[in-house]
Write a new protein. Structure first.
Length: 147
């Protein structure tokens, strides 16, 4: 069932499904985009592409499956059955842990990151260091919270 991303954010990028971070958030965005309720969120964004590249899943093929009304468990089963790149459980865990800890890795990304945090009112915050920290803060601020 699609959620209305004009009224609330997708799940945190930290939430895991089948051991994968990002996947529940990506499914939320996909479902919302299919119903036109995605707001400022976009399926197959650069962050989603990290998961898609890791698994080898074609974003349009996944979107077509999600459009059939698959729940999270069914979508995960489809991914596991159709992913061209198969990974062991420990590899998925290692990849997810790495993604959770990922920080802006070049000057352009760091500049963008710092500008976005400042725009959200979080310039004084020292606890926003990873991309996931930023996404969680941005989701919170977008829907009325304070940075």
């Amino acid at each position: 069932m699609a959620i209305n991303l004009t009224q609330r954010p997708p799940r945190s990028p930290r939430v895991r499904l089948g051991g994968y971070v990002l996947l529940p958030r990506m499914l939320d965005k996909c479902r919302a985009e299919l119903t036109g309720l995605n707001g400022d969120y976009h399926y197959n964004c650069p962050m989603d592409q990290r998961f898609l590249k890791f698994t080898g899943i074609d974003p349009e093929a996944l979107k077509a499956e999600v459009a059939k009304g698959l729940g999270d468990g069914e979508a995960l089963a489809w991914i596991q059955a159709h992913a061209p790149i198969k990974h062991e459980e420990w590899e998925i865990d290692q990849w997810s842990t790495h993604r959770e800890a990922a920080v802006p890795s070049d000057n352009e990304s760091r500049e963008f990151f710092n500008e976005q945090i400042a725009k959200a009112g979080g310039a004084e915050r020292e606890d926003i260091g990873t991309w996931f920290d930023y996404l969680d803060m941005d989701d919170h601020v977008t829907f009325g919270g304070k940075a």
